[in-house]
Design a protein around this ligand. Structure first.
Ligand code: ASP
Length: 329
């Protein structure tokens, strides 16, 4: 049962505002806990823009970014977030790791733990791998994307972008279109946006739509034009070729014809509807360049900016106990 939607920022003080040791997913978070992370992230947006008075609250702490799957923007975003807070940030790439040599996930967890990091950020190609490692280490773990499972900081940065640009998340009609089946971004967003009382529509060809998707509290569409009617936000997803075997779509040209976001198609949404994409984009496939680069409608670069603030908030909140912050220890 998903938690009852919340629209107020009223959350309990201290540790109770976010009583979790790790952030492995949006699943299991209460609406007020999501709002607490968004509000905490909000506080970093201005300091990030002005860089006036650096706040090195994570000074002396070691942050390991253990990335077992390729990433550019998420890795960079977590690295910048950690460094802005003064942490010593170390990146571990899969290509250089023993995973390639056949080490098990448990061995990896034990090894990471022996490094005595204060916080570990993990991206992994296997769904559930981050939770498994989190259960074996002594410090907080943040999920930077695991297989098709979850990408919680992406959903948080999307919710923050929507809230800032549209004024609120509650009641917003958000259309998520593309490869829903293989997308951890879609999954985390469905959980976060429904928890915050948005009206979520998902749209995909039937081959890329998970069965029983309505259990997420969303409405499912195979007709993109119908899904777009009256939308406040349109979130486009990449076809996750690396996470599928066999032909899920006839061709990229056909996919673009039915599910690509063009300016013409966007006209079906509200006149001021916002366009989001988690990146990396396949221009000309799920999104046209004149939409992606649209000066007023596209919030894609703002998403990247919000990503740093959200990750700073998560790193800060999850290390408060270890740092002995009052009310959190
Ligand atoms: N960057 C997102 C992810 O890691 C979306 C994508 O790869 O298409 O899942």
């Amino acid at each position: 049962m998903p938690p009852a939607p919340a629209t107020t920022s009223a959350y309990p003080p201290g540790r109770l505002a976010f009583p979790h040791r790790h952030l492995t997913g949006i699943m299991g978070l209460q609406p007020h806990e999501i709002l607490f992370l968004l509000d905490t992230a909000e506080e970093w947006i201005e300091p990030n823009r002005t860089r006036a008075a650096p706040d090195k609250r994570l000074a002396g702490l070691t942050q390991i970014n253990a990335f077992f799957e390729n990433s550019t923007r998420t890795l960079l975003s977590f690295e910048i977030a950690g460094k802005r807070l003064g942490a010593d940030v170390v990146n571990m790439h899969a290509a250089q790791s023993s995973v390639k040599k056949g080490e098990t996930l448990i061995d990896t967890a034990v090894t990471l733990n022996a490094m005595r990091a204060d916080v570990i950020v993990i991206r992994h190609m296997s769904s559930g791998a981050v939770r498994l490692i989190a259960d074996k280490v002594d410090c907080p773990v943040l999920n930077a994307g695991d297989g098709r499972h979850e990408h919680p900081t992406q959903a948080l940065l999307d919710a923050l972008t929507i809230r800032r640009r549209r004024g609120r998340v509650e009641g917003q009609r958000v259309v998520i279109c593309g490869d829903i089946l293989h997308s951890r971004v879609a999954r985390s967003n469905m959980l976060a946006l429904t928890a915050l009382a948005a009206e979520v529509r998902v749209c995909a060809p039937s081959t890329l739509m998970p069965p029983e998707i309505e259990a997420f509290g969303v409405a499912a569409f195979t007709d993109f034009d119908a899904a777009l009617e009256g939308a406040d936000v349109v979130m486009m997803l990449r076809v996750q070729n690396e996470r599928m075997s066999g032909g899920f779509i006839p061709s990229t040209r056909e996919f673009h014809a039915r599910y690509g976001l063009t300016l013409d198609r966007l006209a079906r949404a509200k006149p001021d509807a916002l366009v989001l994409h988690p990146g990396p984009m396949n221009r000309g496939v799920e999104i046209d360049s004149d939409v992606a680069d649209h000066l007023t409608r596209s919030a894609i670069t703002e998403q990247v900016e919000m990503g740093v603030a959200v990750r700073m908030a998560c790193l800060d909140v999850l290390t408060r106990g270890a740092r002995g912050v009052e009310g959190w220890a």
